[in-house]
Design a protein around this ligand. Structure first.
Ligand code: ADP
Ligand code: MG
Length: 396
């Protein structure tokens, strides 16, 4: 079902409550904003509403204050950064409900932007308490949800407020839903999914769902080790989830029975310990030296991936191919990122660490869609309906 967007509803001159995901990474100690992708990502929605003369009441969470005020998690610095992008000051309220919030909202003129204080300073936000949702909703006349990254949570500001206000998607939310829906629902084929990262247990449901949608599945990163072990490879000290060996086996069987090729690494960069400056060696996956561990995919695997991807028309990638935070073990992931950047296909990348890697490599612009969701993207790929999306009005 398609969802109504900010274009489908009258927002002219109205007070519009906008849920954004300004949960940006902060530098420990200084509180400096390390990455403002999530701020930049909602600028189109904010600019559109300003153009319509709306009074914008933005709300977001930041970090995990667990229901109390944490000074280092105030949103004022984010309001300042947003103001720099917009070229106008953005007011920051000291609370997200109550008299202080109300006063700040009352002071808004058409086109003005206010950022409410961190929603998670109140325990009622995550508990999705109707009273809190009602108070929040009373600050607006229309609700716009542009916080795709929080859409997998049924919180007061994502699902609860939609009971009190007409609720529509912002442009970022619309784009995320469109790309991901098309990829898992109606992709241009062949469609390949590449899943990596640390743990198979985090992504087992994603693998299961994509197995029924994709024309090929590729598994890399730490989670591939459990598959390799299940196939009888000696993987030394590699990260393995022994309690997931059966899951790995059943996924391989399902892939077999559905005729979906499931590609696993054939060679690996192995290291003598888990460290940036470890000694390393490229070996076939069956020949990891005793006491060593797999840290990245090797060049043969990368070239197999390249060949397999060549004719693909849609590719979804989540999860690094190796311990990419150590440059010595980032080549597999970087090689894959470059391959996808050069592909003439719809390319979608998601996942916190995977997206960071693509950004650091300067390849962000060369993907069709860089998803801002971590958990939300994964749950979407699992085939789940996200509560923050479900709460929005359906298109007629
Ligand atoms: P994303 O955030 O993109 O969804 P994940 O959080 O699932 O990705 O996985 C990223 C983590 O996977 C990184 O911390 C990385 O060190 C780890 N990882 C990848 N390959 C390996 C490996 N071979 N051994 C151990 N850890 C790995
Ligand atoms: Mg991660």
């Amino acid at each position: 079902m398609r969802k109504q967007t900010v274009r489908d509803i009258d927002v002219k001159g109205k007070r519009v409550l906008v849920r954004v995901d300004f949960n940006v990474p902060l530098e420990k100690g200084t509180g400096r904003i390390l990455d403002d992708l999530r701020i930049r990502a909602v600028l189109p929605t904010i600019q559109y509403l300003r153009g319509e003369g709306s009074r914008l009441v933005l709300c977001s969470h930041l970090g995990r204050p667990r229901g109390q005020v944490v000074e280092s998690l105030r949103l004022a610095p984010v309001a300042e950064r947003l103001g720099e992008f917009l070229g106008v000051p953005v007011a920051a309220a000291r609370d997200c409900i109550g008299a202080e919030a109300q006063e700040a909202v009352d002071a808004l003129r058409p086109g003005d932007v206010l950022l409410l204080e961190n929603l998670r300073f109140h325990p009622e936000e995550e508990a999705n308490k109707p009273g809190f949702a009602g108070q929040l909703a009373s600050l607006g006349e229309v609700f716009v949800n542009d916080a795709f990254g929080a859409a997998h949570r049924a919180h007061a500001s994502t699902a609860g407020v939609a009971r009190y206000l007409p609720a529509v998607a912002g442009f970022l939310m619309e784009k995320e839903i469109d790309y991901l829906n098309r990829a898992v629902g109606n992709p241009d084929r062949p469609f390949a999914a590449i899943i990596g990262g640390a743990k198979i247990s985090d992504k087992i449901a994603v693998l299961r769902n994509l197995l029924t949608k994709a024309d090929a599945l590729m598994v890399g990163g730490g989670m591939a080790n459990t598959f390799l072990k299940a196939r009888g490879c000696q993987v030394g000290e590699s990260l393995v989830e022994d309690d997931q060996l059966d899951s790995a086996r059943s996924i391989m069987e399902e892939a077999d029975s559905q005729g979906v090729p499931l590609l696993l690494p054939t060679d690996a960069v192995a290291a003598d310990r888990f460290a940036a400056d470890a000694n390393c060696r490229t070996v076939p996956v069956g020949d990891v030296p005793e006491g060593w561990r797999i840290m990245d995919i090797g060049p043969d695997t990368l070239s197999t991936l390249r060949d397999a991807l060549e004719d693909c028309r849609t590719v979804v990638w989540n999860g690094p191919m190796g311990v990419a935070e150590f440059s010595q073990f980032a080549e597999g992931s970087l090689g894959l990122a470059l391959t996808l950047a050069e592909l003439d296909a719809t390319t979608i990348v998601g996942g916190g660490e995977t997206v960071a890697l693509v950004q650091q490599a300067g390849l962000e612009e060369r993907f069709s869609h860089v998803s801002t969701g971590g958990g939300a993207t994964l749950e979407f790929l699992e085939g789940k309906e996200l509560p923050g999306v479900a709460a929005l009005l359906d298109k007629a």
